[in-house]
Design a protein. Structure first.
Length: 201
């Protein structure tokens, strides 16, 4: 538990550092035409395995795009998609999606209770910290630390990422944070917390 507390404290230290690239929202909107088929015109995708980008932190988006470009985060779809876009273009896209508003989904009652408990309190028996401590009580994340917003994200995409982290297929998380946490979750817990997150706002 101490380890998580330390990381959370460290994230607030990061907040004071300047962010790297300054993105231009209007320029990003123009390039985003290339992304709209999968992520929606305003970053609210309709296909549940394609992530919503609307309202996501600018720094987190930019980090993911650089990770896709370098292969640090492997994706057969996203790698080639952005190969020809300049670093400035990626920063502009990040600014554009961060400026949009995410729409929350609906969740079946049966999953809410277990999902909410895990999100807000974690699971002491298995050493899972509360998701809330890094992703925020309402899922807004900690933008300045590049810790992602989760509110309203498609349950299907969230569950896929938890599986990818726990299997090590996604390994671009600092200090193995998400690989460690997700490997402690049961399949039922992943499903419940993903459903809860999709309705969180
Ligand atoms: C053909 C569909 C498709 C297109 C077009 C597409 N994407 Fe994606 N995008 C995906 C998929 C699928 C993922 C999830 C990848 C994974 O985790 O394996 C993704 C993931 C992302 C992520 C990571 C989001 C997160 O929450 O971590 C960002 C950022 C992103 N895309 C931005 C873009 C941008 C910018 C463009 C346009 C230049 C674009 N995408 C075009 C399908 C697409
Ligand atoms: C110690 C801080 C911390 C805790 C606690 C934490 N996360 Fe994360 N999470 C992160 C960070 C940092 C990332 C971004 C990794 C990266 O840079 O790609 C992340 C990424 C994610 C993503 C991928 C988001 C996307 O858009 O692709 C999901 C899903 C996620 N976390 C779910 C959870 C769930 C569910 C819990 C609770 C069981 C949880 N996290 C607890 C720090 C944390």
């Amino acid at each position: 538990m101490k380890k998580w507390l330390l990381m959370i404290v460290m994230s607030f230290a990061v907040v004071t550092l300047p962010s790297l690239a300054a993105g231009d929202i209007a320029a990003g909107k123009v390039i985003s035409a290339q992304c709209a088929a999968c992520h929606g015109v305003d970053g609210n995708s309709s296909e549940p395995s394609f992530p919503k980008l609307a309202g996501q932190g600018e720094g987190y988006l930019y980090k993911q795009l650089l990770n896709f470009a370098s292969g640090t985060r492997e994706s057969l779809i996203m790698g080639p998609m952005i190969a020809d876009i300049s670093a400035q273009g990626l920063a502009d896209l990040s600014a554009y999606y961060a400026s949009q508003k995410v729409t929350a989904g609906l969740v079946s009652e049966s999953l809410i209770e277990q999902g909410q408990k895990l999100y807000r309190a974690g699971n002491k028996e298995t050493g899972v910290p509360a998701c809330m401590s890094c992703h925020g009580p309402r899922g807004a994340g900690i933008p300045a630390a590049k810790w992602p917003a989760l509110s309203g994200q498609h349950a299907r995409y969230v569950e896929m990422q938890l599986d990818a982290f726990s299997q090590g297929d996604r390994n671009n998380d600092p200090n193995d944070m998400m690989r460690d946490i997700s490997s402690r979750l049961s399949a039922d817990e992943k499903k419940a917390v993903s459903a809860y997150i999709s309705a969180l706002h």
